[in-house]
Design a protein around this ligand. Structure first.
Ligand code: BEZ
Length: 218
């Protein structure tokens, strides 16, 4: 089975926040997967440059250790690289034997980079077959809600991935805004007013725009 993308993305300009994640079908370490099968749940889809590389190995160990944390948040993980299914298997076997942890989330093979190019994990004209460390937070409706892109030589932070997911889920539940360094249990912010009378009548010069949810402005 060759990986395929639906609809086809000839230009592969990359995706933006708010776009619907293109559906794809591909082989993975847990059998054939379709992105659309994950509708109804959160999904973090992420690419890595190559199997059997040092930074990627540390990322997979940490994500496998944190798998139950993502599970608790109804969020599946799915990895992707250009390497073959058998390279993925050999790498996971080595990780299990050497580091005593089993990676159970799917790792997709994308040998032609048809998926990687559609998502913008590789630049359209790039002849390097490796993807960068792109991460897509996809909500239960299939919409891309956040994206990050790290270079090959900097590993991602599992705790920041969880924090971003927590923030997206909290704003969906409560309709607020998550401030810098927000963490679960902390207050969200309210959107600023768009009413000039409220600006003039606010109790001080910041309370019309920088205000916690539930806080009074007057
Ligand atoms: C790494 O995961 O260590 C890595 C991957 C590709 C290029 C450089 C480093």
């Amino acid at each position: 089975m060759n990986a395929s993308i639906d609809p086809p993305h000839p230009q592969a300009a990359g995706l933006r926040i708010g776009d619907t994640a293109p559906n794809f079908e591909a082989r993975s370490t847990v059998g054939p997967v379709r992105l659309s099968d994950f509708r109804g749940n959160w999904l973090i889809l992420f690419s890595h440059p190559a199997d059997f590389t040092p930074v990627c190995t540390t990322e997979f160990i940490e994500l496998a250790k944190a798998a139950s944390e993502f599970d608790m948040r109804d969020c599946a993980l799915m990895a992707l690289s250009v390497d073959s299914l058998f390279a993925h298997f050999a790498w996971l076997r080595m990780i299990r034997d050497r580091f005593d942890i089993e990676v159970r989330f799917p790792i997709v093979e994308d040998p032609t980079l048809v998926i990687g190019r559609a998502f913008g994990m590789v630049a359209p004209g790039d002849n390097d077959s490796a993807t960068v460390r792109s991460t897509y937070f996809i909500d239960p409706s299939g919409t891309i809600r956040a994206m990050t892109c790290y270079p090959a030589n900097v590993g991602r932070s599992t705790s920041e991935m969880l924090r971003t997911l927590d923030a997206l889920q909290a704003i969906d539940a409560d309709g607020g805004l998550a401030p810098a360094n927000w963490g679960p249990g902390e207050k969200l912010l309210r959107a600023p007013t768009v009413d000039l009378d409220e600006v003039y009548s606010a109790k001080d010069e910041t309370s019309w725009f920088l205000r916690e949810k539930g806080a009074k402005t007057k």
